[in-house]
Unconditional design. Sequence first.
Length: 159
Amino acid sequence: MSMTANEASIADVAAFSVRRTIRIEAPVSKVWAAVTEPEHISLWFGRADFDDSGAGAQGTLTWDGYGSVPVRIEAIEPQRSVTYRWNNDDALGAPIPVFDETRATVFTFSLVETHGGVLLTVVESGFENTSDPAFNLEAHREGWNSELDKLVALLQSAP
């Protein structure tokens, strides 16, 4: 399955959310590691650093040329779903350096095992809390397209 076989992200302007579901031909354990373990997240997303691994753990995701975005794990159901809250407000052009609950969005990765792989859905919501909801909805819609395509390429090329 090629990367282009997966549907693109969809922005729901009324609900201030972005959603994308992709199929990954890899075991659920590999996909789970890729969305929860810092050393694996760092291979396809931002460089991840966390102070712990369960709900309440805090850390950062860092991109070269952008900076470090504060992140917190909100909820985790092993092999099924993980929810992160972050201050990634692209409209500002630079990260909010200190975690600010009132300006954060939340994104959840949900995994469903299927024949020969995993359906991974990401839903990010809370854009009404950001400095420019319409700009950020579109920026994150595009971002989830490129980032999740990298994840598919990584997991389907690795032995």
